[in-house]
Design a binder for this molecule. Structure first.
Ligand code: GAR
Length: 207
């Protein structure tokens, strides 16, 4: 399986997939890492592992951004696309071109703290401000909505009295680094069956 990973920032989620591939846990190849930010450390991580790194800057490309992104993705022709901290919401055209082939990780328990404007630290700050006792992360297929696609896996993280938005982010990210490689492994092995909004996971293991 040939995968493209898209990331906007530090790229620790990308790293968790690279490590899982290099350890033989996921039997796939990353054929490209795509970022919308020049300064994304994810691009350096790709280069360090001999993976082609592509940067399409939204600021420069403006209204041509999605056209350029679609043509890059079409030329790479991946079997799957993983959004690992990619903070631009994809155009409908891109989503339609890769049905049930785009996977996103979101740092909350969807449908809470998700949708437009909820990304990265903003999610953890909102979780903290609301005072919920549990948060977590969600891996889902991408559909035309924002964070609305069929859910593949979710994992819960308990919030303690002494937690801060930063410590919540750290705990959630640690869990993401287990959940995301596992979801990608299931996808690569053809063990995810989408039935409407429900995703059946064949041979589910405990993490
Ligand atoms: C992760 O927490 C991921 O869930 C989040 O961005 C972070 C990326 O971390 N994604 C979103 O908020 C998408 N809405 P990383 O750059 O260290 O991989």
């Amino acid at each position: 399986m040939r995968l493209v990973v898209m990331a906007s920032g530090n790229g620790t989620d990308l790293q968790s997939i690279i490590d899982a591939i290099e350890a033989g846990y996921i039997k796939a190849q990353i054929i490209g890492v795509v970022s919308d930010k020049k300064e994304a450390y994810a691009l350096e991580r790709a280069k360090k592992h001999g993976i082609p790194a592509y940067c399409l800057r939204k600021k420069e490309l403006k209204e041509n951004f999605f056209k350029e992104l679609l043509s890059l993705l079409e030329s790479l022709n991946p079997d799957g696309i993983i959004l690992a901290g990619f903070l631009t919401i994809l155009s409908e055209e891109i989503v339609e071109r890769f049905p049930n082939k785009i996977i996103n990780i979101h740092p909350s328990l969807i449908p809470a703290f998700c949708g437009k404007g909820f990304y990265g630290m903003r999610v953890h700050q909102a979780v903290y401000d609301y005072g919920v006792k549990y948060t977590g992360c969600t891996v889902h297929f991408v559909d035309k909505g924002t964070d609305t696609g069929p859910i593949i896996l979710q994992e819960v993280v308990k919030i303690e009295e002494h937690d801060t938005p930063e410590s919540i982010a750290k705990k959630v990210l640690e869990v993401e680094h287990k959940v995301l490689p596992y979801a990608v492994k299931l996808f690569v092995e053809g063990k995810l069956k989408v039935e409407g909004r429900r995703v059946k996971v064949l041979d589910k293991e405990d993490l």
